[in-house]
Design a protein around this ligand. Structure first.
Ligand SMILES: *Cc1c(COP(=O)(O)O)cnc(C)c1O
Length: 374
């Protein structure tokens, strides 16, 4: 009998070591990790710069709480907002927590309560984030949720416009729905949202927990759209494997999050911040982002050639193969063949290699995929 709650459908593989894109299990078998721990390991496993950052910080200071000032958090927030219209940051420990902060800030700032979210979205498992999530399987069984979320089909301009009234505090979306099937916001929908948020007192919250930090080939995925978030949430790739989340916002929101309004004991812990700063110093350079785009183009091209019957979706190194049937058996076969994958919804194979993946590793992954899917 397990000593754990069985809330995860775990695969029977025990990974014990990793380097770059390769992970090794307790039998010595190597795998290509095209999950990156679900879009987390932006620099791959055991990147030397991250190992060094955590070693050095662990000998200096592990934790202080937010009772004291933190030039390190200041620097990380400044690095995250640099070159954007955003101006402030708040640190927490996960994506769900970043979204909770966003929901609280939007409600406090506007004095309104309704937040519009979209079907197939995923915003996390806490009560606010779960209420925001447009997937019944995530919400089922937990009784009444927050009744201030209105969830409508993604990319449906008419239904969105029909919901807009003076009670709406914010619109909250993912630029590419990661868990829900690698679904991109359409240019028309982005235009419509931007027009609504420009003309009304309605905030735009963009959840970039999965798409942020270079994953889609730009620092943030919203940069590839007409959208300009008032609030942006981050987690997964930000810590490169160390738990950290962040909420960024415009300077107009500054006064709504004053002392005592929100907080986190661990948020912005020195170890987490040292690692995240190292991730950002590596990822937020034009050479690195150009390389991500080149790898993306290469990967897309190889997939389209090898799998001409399949639709390939996504951006950067958040790609999906749309399959006509359930993908779980393919993912199990890939694992047997030494390639770790994760699904996005029932019928999309999600491809999330570390941003440091090599073209040889992409070739190997495509070989495995074509042997399974054709
Ligand atoms: C994973 C994810 C979350 C939740 O993040 P946790 O760290 O698991 O709480 C929220 N939003 C999006 C878009 C995600 O992909």
């Amino acid at each position: 009998m397990s000593a754990l709650f069985q809330n995860y459908a775990r695969r029977p593989v025990h990974l014990i070591q990793g380097k770059g894109t390769i992970v090794t299990d307790d039998t010595g078998k190597d795998y290509l990790d095209f999950t990156s721990g679900i879009a987390v390991l932006s620099l791959g496993h055991a990147h030397p710069a991250i190992v060094q950052a955590i070693q050095q910080q662990s000998e200096k200071l592990w934790h202080t709480s937010n009772l004291f000032e933190s030039p390190e958090q200041e620097q990380l927030a400044a690095s995250l907002v640099k070159g954007t219209h955003l101006a402030r940051g708040f640190f927490c420990n996960s994506g769900a927590e970043a979204n909770e902060a966003a929901i609280k800030l939007a409600r406090k700032h506007t004095g309104k309560h309704v937040i519009i979210t979209f079907e197939k979205s995923f915003h996390g498992r806490t009560f606010g984030a779960m209420s925001a999530t447009g997937q019944e399987k995530v919400r089922q069984g937990f009784g009444p949720l927050l009744d201030t979320f209105r969830t409508i089909p993604f990319n449906d301009v008419d239904q969105l416009e029909a919901l807009i009234d003076d009670g709406v505090a914010a619109i909250m979306l993912e630029v590419i729905q990661g868990e829900g099937g690698v679904n991109k916001v359409s240019p028309e929908f982005a235009q419509a949202i931007a027009a609504i948020c420009d003309s009304k007192d309605i905030l735009l919250i963009i959840d970039e927990v999965q798409t942020g930090i270079g994953r889609t080939g730009t620092r943030y995925a919203y940069e590839q759209t007409a959208l300009k978030p008032d609030i942006l949430t981050l987690a997964k790739g930000l810590g490169g494997g160390f738990p950290i989340g962040a909420m960024l916002g415009t300077s107009a929101l500054h006064d709504s999050f004053g002392p005592g309004t929100h907080g986190s004991t661990f948020g912005g812990n020195p170890l987490a911040v040292a690692v995240a700063q190292t991730v950002i110093n590596n990822v937020f350079t034009s050479e690195f982002l150009i390389a991500v785009n080149e790898k993306s183009t290469y990967f897309m091209g190889k997939l389209k050639t090898a799998l001409p019957a399949y639709e390939i979706v996504g951006s950067g190194l958040l790609l999906g193969i749309v399959c006509p049937d359930e993908v779980a058996p393919y993912i199990a076969q890939a694992e047997q063949a030494g390639l770790l994958l994760v699904a996005a919804g029932p019928n999309v194979i999600r491809l999330l290699p570390p941003l440091t993946v090599t073209t040889e590793e992409i070739d190997q992954a495509v070989n495995v995929l074509s042997s399974i899917l054709i």
